[in-house]
Design a protein around this ligand. Sequence first.
Ligand code: ADP
Length: 450
Amino acid sequence: MIKKILIANRGEIACRVIKTARRMGIATVAVYSDADANALHVHKADESIHIGAAPSKESYLVADRIIEAAKKLNVDAIHPGYGFLSENAAFAEKCKQNNIIFIGPPTSAIEAMGSKSAAKHIMEKAGVPLVPGYHGDDQSESLLKKSADDMGYPVLLKAAAGGGGKGMRLVNAEQEFKEALAAAKREASASFGDDTMLVEKYLTQPRHVEIQVFCDQHGNGVYLFERDCSVQRRHQKVIEEAPAPGLAPDIRQQMGEAALKAAQAIDYVGAGTVEFLYDKDGSFYFMEMNTRLQVEHPVTEFITGEDLVEWQINVAQGQPLPKKQNELSMHGHAFEARIYAEDPENDFLPSTGRLSLLQPPQEDRHVRVDTGVLEGDEVSVYYDPMIAKLVVWDEDRDKALQRLLKALREYYIDGVATNIEFLYNVAASKPFREQDLVTTFIEKNKQILF
Ligand code: ADP
């Protein structure tokens, strides 16, 4: 049984994991860099240990330092959160070698999904629908271009090793291909040290709908429905919701089953998310699988009433899933808005400084605020400038949306610029209210959002 967990992360997700661990009677260890000596997650944990300098490359990303800390404090398990080392197969393997439970999937599953092209090969074999495209080994320019020409423009070039929208280029017409390929390859090399490219048919008005899956070590798997994350800026999620508005029950079931097929194809264990592009006509296509807990997991917790971190911990210690598919149901509607220290008037550049005022809305059974900062804290240049996740729930989408608008109005922050007003504009806009969700939502509606 797991008695002590080290959380190899910081900020809101470290606090989130501590909350559940504490409720389960499990002791917690926080790790921190020089910049985080006084951070909320350090105060909340039972024990804490310093792991290095402020830049993440010198602390939160140093696998050996974290393993060393875990051994020193005798922890049974490590929860990686999201980001940092959460999808690093070598780190998961190191945990195993040191007899520490990695609260996440097996190393092989992380590796299998680490490359978009390898992942697509696996999914193709498993019969999961893919976006039409080319994901082969032959990377000659002539072949890549021929596959684009055959598919018909627009196409999307994607880095096989990609993430965070990097190494991606939209190509609208044949004559743009050569230049776009060179640019995508340059960016991929610089970001990932690998310029292998995929060519995909570019869907013009898709939605991003992802399925939460969970598998245990005994061959059981379930899906906990879906999240719609179509509202994105530069391929980064801005507002997420569950369930996906207007998704027909039979499509939901088909997507859920396809996602489980994807997970089973790689002998998945733990929490995972299978991302699909969903087209208006009801077709959906596998995009990628994230082998960790997602930032937006709270919307799923709200509609299912389950604690996904508790599930993760129990699965990691060998327990079977607590529920079968037919015992899971969803109720009501939830939204998550990501509150960022960034300046929408200055191209959303991160805004650093001291949080001289930080007053979130009152939490209750409708409103949840997951945060990792306190009033007086410094938003530094070193980490992702997310201040909090504001999550709301109500019986239906309209009521939940009213909750979201009210909570955004009651969120007071001073000292840094924030995106709160922008989030409000999105949530209050007519197309959002009318569920006109597409991944190009912000671009398409910029006239009314700014
Ligand atoms: P990354 O791993 O870099 O985040 P993804 O493959 O997850 O890249 O894609 C990120 C986003 O890009 C998606 O959520 C979607 O908005 C858009 N996108 C990806 N592939 C396509 C496609 N074939 N057609 C249209 N939009 C796409």
